[in-house]
Design a protein around this ligand. Structure first.
Ligand code: ATP
Ligand code: MG
Length: 251
């Protein structure tokens, strides 16, 4: 199910990925390039497809374009060339007004958790819900459920700074999952964690894919790739140099 060989613009209007209907794709990249600085490319001619509920790793050396690919998926950047279709929307041409609606369907986890120090765990996780005007009682119940999912319901009134690194990252994951996103993007989510916590956090992230969320994880960590054996896309110098199918049990 890789969209290799599509001609960009016509392919976007009538995508016909090999082996599946367009409705099943969470994100499709058609010959996407991104240049921040004239003459240099952060991504170059990338064509990829991510299915609904698929789990994929992005790997490759520093500067390869992993974060750029995620930011394009999240419509935080626009491609310089090519087309990106995310959840059926053409993210390359989205009007600024349409961006928030798309983003609500995408959860994001970063290496540095970016939790708000002056708010409780509960408030941090519920922030995205407040924005869409969910009634308070419903919001608190939803926050409780998602904190339970990451095993932190008992910490909900604490300040995030009083939690361990792994706990803080679990709060960040809960926050990303609060709106039951169709896509979860995790950029080096275990970069600051020790090996045991890394596995714990990766198990948690992998579990969200089994519930139907498309999960994309950027990582340098070869031990994670070896352990989880999911689809692995290797970028180098902005190009996809390898796209290896999952080999793990149950994949
Ligand atoms: N906002 C920006 N302005 C200019 N250049 C940028 C910008 N963001 C990224 N780049 C450049 O684009 C290239 C790809 O960067 P990107 O952050 O996507 O790589 P990465 O694979 O995520 O690297 P790392 O493993 O270090 O996080 C790099 O050469 C980087 O310097
Ligand atoms: Mg990066």
């Amino acid at each position: 199910m890789r969209p290799g060989g599509h001609r960009s613009s016509s392919a976007v209007r009538a995508p016909a990925p090999v082996g599946g209907s367009a409705g099943e794709a969470a994100a499709q990249f058609f010959h996407v390039s991104k240049s921040y600085v004239a003459g240099t490319y952060a991504l170059r001619d990338v064509s990829l497809e991510f299915g609904r509920g698929e789990f994929a790793f992005l790997t490759g050396p520093s500067g390869a374009g992993k974060t750029t690919l995620m930011r394009l998926t999240f419509a935080a950047e626009r491609p310089s060339e090519g087309q990106i279709v995310v959840l059926g929307r053409n993210a390359s041409r989205l009007s600024p007004r349409s961006v928030p609606a798309l983003r609500r369907r995408i959860g994001v986890v970063f290496q540095d958790f970016k939790l708000l120090a002056r708010r409780t765990v509960e408030e941090n996780v519920g922030l995205a819900l407040d924005v869409v005007g969910t009634p308070r009682r419903v919001a608190r119940q939803r926050v409780f459920e998602v904190l339970k999912q990451v095993g932190l319901q008992h910490r909900r009134y604490q300040n995030p700074l009083s939690l361990s690194g792994g706990e803080q990252q679990r709060v960040a994951i809960a926050r990303a999952l609060i709106n039951e996103p169709d896509i979860l993007l995790a950029d080096e989510p275990t970069g600051n964690l020790d090996p045991d916590l890394t596995i714990e956090i990766m198990d948690l992230i992998a579990a969200t894919a089994t519930r139907g969320t498309t999960v994309l994880v950027a990582t340098h960590d070869q031990s994670i790739l070896d352990r989880f054996r999911k689809r692995t896309i290797r970028l180098e110098g902005g190009r996809v140099v390898e796209d290896r199918a999952a080999t793990g049990a149950g994949s």
